[in-house]
Design a protein around this ligand. Structure first.
Ligand SMILES: [Zn+2]
Length: 227
């Protein structure tokens, strides 16, 4: 049995959950987990039906895109996932999805502000828009890198979909759900024609600081592994 077996099982489980909860259709989106202590990730293969996959079909890839295990090509967004792990040491899981309501904001090119406590403490003070570039392109990876320093856990990819990250796969998935819930409610609030309120900025800042303190703990843990 592969030493990466549990990562493969979890990546498959959350890929299928993403599909079953309607956060993507068909073979769209991709899910990865960073292998603890290694520059290696487990990621869904390219262009394969989630419900047909078994754990053995999940790709194990290093940061130079060498395939360590797996018979299929890894997701074409693998470079994007690697960029997140290299630039955000607090991240151990990445989910790229195509959720409906978040994707509305990907079209009107409008960030979703901090509107609820639970969302702000989970994903930060804004869900910002990453400018459009073709799926799988180096340009898209560069555009993602420029936004990662805002320390938020969710992003909207203009005219494409969404990106959520977390300290583990469960949190990355929960962040996706929080982003989609907030986007759904914000969309309906804007549709009333009334002004939608955001959290008071001092409260949004406080909740965001709490979230960043949790990220800092994980960053310290990773740095101590490197030494
Ligand atoms: Zn996509």
């Amino acid at each position: 049995m592969s030493k990466y077996e549990q990562y493969k099982k979890d990546v498959l489980k959350y890929g299928q959950m993403m599909l079953n909860k309607g956060y993507t259709v068909g073979t769209g989106g991709n899910v990865s987990m960073l292998v603890d202590g290694e520059d290696v990730l487990a990621i869904t293969p390219s262009n394969r039906e989630y419900m047909d996959l078994t754990p053995a079909d999940i790709c194990i890839v290093d940061f130079d895109m060498n395939i360590i295990e797996g018979k299929y090509n890894p997701s074409r967004e693998t470079g994007l996932h690697i960029a997140v792990y290299k630039n955000r040491l607090d991240a151990n899981a990445v989910i790229h999805s195509h959720p409906i309501y978040s994707s509305i904001f990907a079209l009107i090119n409008k960030p979703v502000p901090a509107i609820f406590d639970e969302v702000t403490i989970g994903i930060g003070n804004v869900t910002d828009i990453i400018p459009y570039a073709l799926s799988g392109s180096d340009e898209l990876v560069d555009n993602v890198k420029t936004k990662l320093s805002n320390r938020c856990n969710c992003y909207i990819l203009q005219n494409h979909g969404a990106l959520s990250i977390g300290a583990n796969i469960g949190k990355a998935f929960r962040n996706l759900e929080l982003m989609e819930k907030a986007s759904r409610i914000y969309y309906h609030a804007l549709s009333t024609g009334e002004k939608a309120t955001a959290l008071p900025s001092d409260m949004a800042d406080l909740l965001f600081q709490l979230m960043k303190a949790e990220q800092d703990n994980e960053i310290e843990r990773k740095k101590s592994q490197i030494k």
